[in-house]
Design a protein around this ligand. Structure first.
Ligand SMILES: Nc1ncnc2c1ncn2[C@@H]1O[C@H](COP(=O)(O)OP(=O)(O)OP(=O)(O)O)[C@@H](O)[C@H]1O
Ligand SMILES: [Mg+2]
Length: 429
């Protein structure tokens, strides 16, 4: 994607909010960072711990609220009756497949789009009549949207210039923002003379330099290679922790969402289907779509034989049976999909409840360095992926016993399955 200069100007001029006094900040990656001029080290330390205490304390306080927000494009409903809150100081990620409404939702919050229905509030006030530049929002885009003809320093200074910050304040604030992203030594370079990761850091410094109350990022790491992306995920998380600013990030990369976020809102077809902590979403997905979208899962289709005490007994093809947690409306005779994560299947019965056990044949063994993946074929022909340690020595064609606990196996009604959503791996039918 190539952004025009005009586009960059319009979007970088976002959030012409009040100029805030800038606290002293060092690089989140560098504990040796010097405090800024005019402040002593203890003041800098106090600022940092105040910020983290504040953010930890206030995440329960609602900062952004979507109240029954909808977005129509002609007859097409891109966002469906959205109710969502973002806590003050929270890092919330919108995660979902392409076209699920993430950018549209973010753009309504930024002010680039207007809701067709409903209200968005920021610090308790409706933003309906507030143009983007009055929302005090910093924005980071996938394509950086830097001004190619300006130096790094000039790019970062831009949001301050458009808000008429006194000239004397601009240089120290730009310097602090560049220190935070560790780019002081590149301040005279043009964007084209920087790597992708460095350009994205400039974009981040530019979004943070005027101390916005909210930072929005749309696929901020999408243009970076895997290694750099992983590095920047940690860097973003640390900057967020240090500043305590509220951040909303859009991604379709589930690892990114799990790594960076306090909470993740999972989008599908214009609706938030589940919102929760990374741990909660991974371990207790509420729908088969979430189970398959976040992390890897094996899927087994079957028919419910009996239900009771939150669990069900499911008949699989070929006369096999499995017990699982009932999620949603599970009834005897109804078709279900079972999901079980590869790391929750063991090759021995030791260490925990393992009320499901099945013989399987190893079809293939794939070495991944720190672990191996076995493709294990059940007696009925269904193939499960099993994640085991690097030393495990089961050979191809060997017969193994697979064990898993019914509490790790989730049974979803087939109505969710009929949605056309596919599991991430091991679809078996
Ligand atoms: N200006 C527009 N006019 C008509 N339809 C639009 C417009 N913008 C977005 N849409 C549609 O709205 C839906 C949601 O789009 P959106 O950009 O929010 O998706 P997304 O979740 O950000 O996807 P991606 O991961 O591909 O960026 C899509 O079906 C898209 O085609
Ligand atoms: Mg998008």
């Amino acid at each position: 994607m190539v952004s025009t200069t005009q586009d960059s100007t319009a979007r970088s001029g976002l959030a012409a909010g009040p100029n805030l006094a800038s606290p002293s900040r060092g690089s989140p990656l560098d504990d040796r960072a010097e405090p800024a001029e005019g402040r002593d080290a203890s003041a800098a330390t106090a600022t940092r711990s105040d910020n983290s205490t504040r953010s930890a304390r206030s995440r329960d306080e609602t900062f952004v609220e979507f109240i029954d927000v909808e977005k129509m494009y002609g007859d097409f409903q891109a966002v469906k009756r959205l109710r969502l809150t973002v806590g003050r100081g929270e890092f919330l990620t919108f995660l979902g497949p392409s076209g699920s409404g993430k950018t549209t939702t973010l753009n309504m919050l930024a002010g680039f789009e207007r809701p067709s229905q409903g209200v968005i509030t920021l610090a308790g006030k409706s933003v309906d009549r507030l143009p983007p530049y009055e929302r005090n929002i910093g924005m980071v885009f996938q394509n950086y949207a830097l001004f190619p003809h300006m130096s790094v320093e000039q790019n970062v200074a831009f949001p301050l210039s458009v808000r008429k910050t006194p000239k004397a304040d601009i240089a120290p604030r730009v310097r602090r923002a560049l220190e935070m992203v560790r780019l002081e030594q590149f301040k005279h370079r043009k964007p084209a003379q920087l790597s992708g990761g460095q350009q994205q850091r400039v974009a981040l410094a530019r979004a943070l330099v005027f101390e916005p109350t909210l930072v929005l990022m749309d696929e901020p790491l999408g243009a970076l290679d895997k290694k750099l992306r992983e590095h920047m995920q940690i860097e973003l998380k640390q900057i967020h922790e240090m500043l305590g600013v509220t951040m909303v990030c859009v991604t379709h990369d589930q690892t990114e969402a799990l790594t960076m976020s306090d909470r993740v809102a999972v989008f599908d077809h214009g609706a938030v289907v589940q919102i929760g902590t990374p741990h909660g979403l991974y371990n207790e997905p509420a729908t088969e779509f979430v189970a398959s979208f976040i992390g890897e899962n094996n899927a087994l289709d079957g028919v419910v034989e009996s239900v009771g005490a939150g669990q069900c007994l499911v008949a699989l093809p070929g006369g096999l049976k499995a017990t699982a947690l009932s999620i949603g409306d599970i009834r005897p005779g109804g078709p279900v999909r079972l999901t079980i994560r590869p790391e929750r299947i063991a090759l021995s019965a030791g260490g925990g409840p393992t009320d499901n056990s099945h013989q399987a044949t190893v079809d293939d063994r794939i070495y991944h360095g720190d672990h191996q993946r076995l493709l294990a074929r059940l007696a009925n022909g269904q193939v499960l992926t099993v994640k085991v340690g690097p030393e495990m020595a089961a050979a191809t064609n060997e017969t193994v016993d697979l064990f898993w606990s019914s509490t790790d196996c989730r049974a979803f009604p087939a109505s969710a399955v009929a949605d056309g959503n596919q599991p991430s791996i091991g679809r078996a039918s």
